[in-house]
Write a protein that binds this ligand. Structure first.
Ligand code: NAD
Length: 295
């Protein structure tokens, strides 16, 4: 297929590489010359702007993987954006993590120009992007979801239809809010047990065969040395950064404000991550939040 890809960062670059490996005819655009040169070396064509990429004759699908809502708005809606020039019926897929309202607004604008659009945020991190094992949470019309299947399965393993436009983002923020809360709760329980004299491994073993068990306690325990290959056991390097978790928690609390839905633990967790990030920990793995609570 003839595919355009905009946003070649930590996630976008390996996703684009997987499309190339599958034999697609790929044209890419990013603000970074280095990112463009790398993809060019791997066989992608380069565009000098979003407009140039979007006006390529015969383009079938355009995928975007951008940092946040404002970048998605500008790349799609601003002067010099995709919607200014893209041909009718080209399928637009935004894989960025953004707020559901912006996703719905941009999809509505796209549809009014004759372009179906899907929001398809991912989970699985950079490892999943490289391995082509991402989970895609997809919102939009079912027929457009079906049209996107071949492409999404090239970059991911679980492709889940979440319902109408924006619902992919809804699924993503709800899940990541729960992850943030469960990480803080696990950190609190582990710190309490150890400060009262328990061995952390024994305590984790009990939690993980009891009712306190969750992904944060079992696979990604925040206490150093409990799970050998978790970021906690390598000084909280790699993994999913504090600032990325803070971004997702902030999207959740903003979306909750819009819906007038109380998210009390989500809001407290957002504030804990904001405090921890402001203390200079933004680049550490998000399980390092345990150090906020250590005496
Ligand atoms: P990143 O900052 O590494 O990459 C973003 C890329 O977009 C950069 O290369 C940047 O130059 C480019 N860009 C920004 N504005 C642009 C514009 N106007 N035109 C063209 N290119 C532009 O970010 P990332 O880590 O790849 O994350 C991308 C998205 O995926 C984010 O929404 C993030 O929340 C989400 N996400 C990230 C992870 C992760 O582990 N990194 C996991 C899941 C979801």
């Amino acid at each position: 297929m003839k595919i355009g890809f905009i946003g070649l960062g930590n996630m976008g670059a390996p996703m684009a590489q997987n499309l190339l490996k599958a034999g697609h005819d790929l044209t890419v655009y990013d603000l970074s010359e280095t990112a463009l040169a790398q993809l060019n070396g791997a066989g992608a064509k380069i565009a000098q702007s979003a407009v140039e990429l979007s006006s390529i004759p015969g383009m079938e699908v355009i995928i975007t993987m951008l940092p946040a809502s404002q970048h998605v708005r500008s790349v799609y809606l601003n002067q010099g954006g995709i919607l200014e020039v893209v041909a009718k019926d080209v399928l637009l897929i935004d894989c960025s993590t953004i707020d559901p309202q912006t996703a719905r607004e941009v999809a509505k604008a796209a549809l009014s120009k004759g372009n179906p659009m899907l929001d398809a945020p991912v989970s699985g991190g950079t490892g999943g992007a490289e391995a082509g094992t991402l989970t895609f949470m997809v919102g939009g019309a079912k027929k457009d979801f079906e049209r996107a299947q071949t492409i999404l399965t090239t970059m991911g393993k679980n492709i889940v239809y979440c319902g109408d436009s924006g619902n992919g983002q809804v699924a993503k923020v709800a899940n990541n809010m729960l992850l943030g809360i469960s990480m803080v709760a696990t950190a609190e329980a582990m710190s309490l047990g150890v400060s009262l004299g328990m061995d952390p491994k024994v305590l984790a073993g009990i939690i993980n065969t009891s009712s306190g068990r969750c992904w944060s306690s079992e696979i990604y325990n925040p206490y150093p040395g409990v799970v050998e290959n978790a970021p906690a056991s390598r000084a909280y390097s790699g993994g999913f950064g504090v600032d990325l978790m803070l971004k997702d928690l902030s999207l959740a609390t903003e979306a909750a404000k819009f819906a007038k839905q109380p998210v009390i633990l989500g809001a407290v967790t957002q504030q804990l991550y904001q405090l921890f990030s402001s203390q200079g920990n933004g680049k550490l793995d998000f399980s390092s939040i345990i150090n906020l609570q250590n005496k």
